[in-house]
Design a protein around this ligand. Sequence first.
Ligand SMILES: [Zn+2]
Ligand SMILES: [Zn+2]
Length: 380
Amino acid sequence: MRARPTGKAGSIRVYQGFDFFALDGPVRWFCRTITPRRSMPRLPAVKRFVSNTGVRIYRIACQAFAGLTVRAYLLLGAGPPTLVDTGSGRDHSTEQLLAGLDAVRTEFGESIGVGDIERILITHGHVDHVGGVADLLPHTDALVGIHPLDARVLTAFRQRSVLGNRRRLAFFRRAGVEPELIEKLNAAYAIPGQKTDRVPVALALDDGVQLDGLQIIHTPGHAPGHVCIAVGDVLLAGDHILARTIPQLWPESTAPYNGLGHYLESLEKIRRAGPFTIVLAGHEPPVDDVPHRIEQIENAHRRRLGRVVDAVAEAQGPLTIADVTRRLYPNISGFYLVLALCDVGARVEYLHQRGRIDVANLDEIENEPDPADRYVGTGD
Ligand SMILES: [Zn+2]
Ligand SMILES: [Zn+2]
């Protein structure tokens, strides 16, 4: 959607990164309008939380990109000093993270500096969470942990990005996006080379791993190797559960363990792993009523799935994923079109896997090179 001009004169429109595409919400949630500033933006102050297991959790905000604030968490009292997530490593993100660590010492009286951090745990391999690792490692001998399914972001970024690009291109073709648009969309998506190509991963954050009272819960869906970290009654949720936004999804065809099916199972997993009194996520404010928020997110997905089923059922003929996307979000363009295609693709994939929509053009798929899939209702 060409975003409605919500900003004042002199303001600019910015992308919010890969995590935010709240299709149910108002325009402002997927296209924030900001006013350019000369100085660094004012970020939320460092805030302290304490788990029922006595772990001190310091929330440090930094700006991942223009318009996108991300949160890292310093954990004290759960084994060695541990940092969860690292900001993007772009712009002033690392500087702000280091300033936040200073504030933990000067404002909260903790004797801690960046050199004292012994563990860095990454919730998932998106750049706004992992990009700062390379900046921090010269200052500390910390061991780095990430789930094996996202580890290549740190150890072999090129392998991950080149193969990821190929899968995404294949998805766009199968989605029926016009060839001339595919190139544009893929360029809009391309992640610039990352600084984290040779980071040794010492800790595999597999499901069920316990680290000094921190429990790793694998929650794939938003990213293949996404993990939440339970600290007693506090859940560090990365981008799995956010207070305001429904996390962006991609079809599993773009990377195994992405996708709506995994995401919904992971929500259920957190519901069962609780109760948690608070969710501290990678963005946005804390979530106090965790079961209620999980229910809201599930309901949003039910509504979104219903819209796809209705669009396919009401159409005169079979629809591609691109057709469905244009019907549901007629005015989206550029990067938001990429996100919308991926999100709708995740829904179509989920519905087709479960027999709620059918592919109509099997002869074409059998006989032609690389045709788009065309979907129809099941007639039920
Ligand atoms: Zn994020
Ligand atoms: Zn993310």
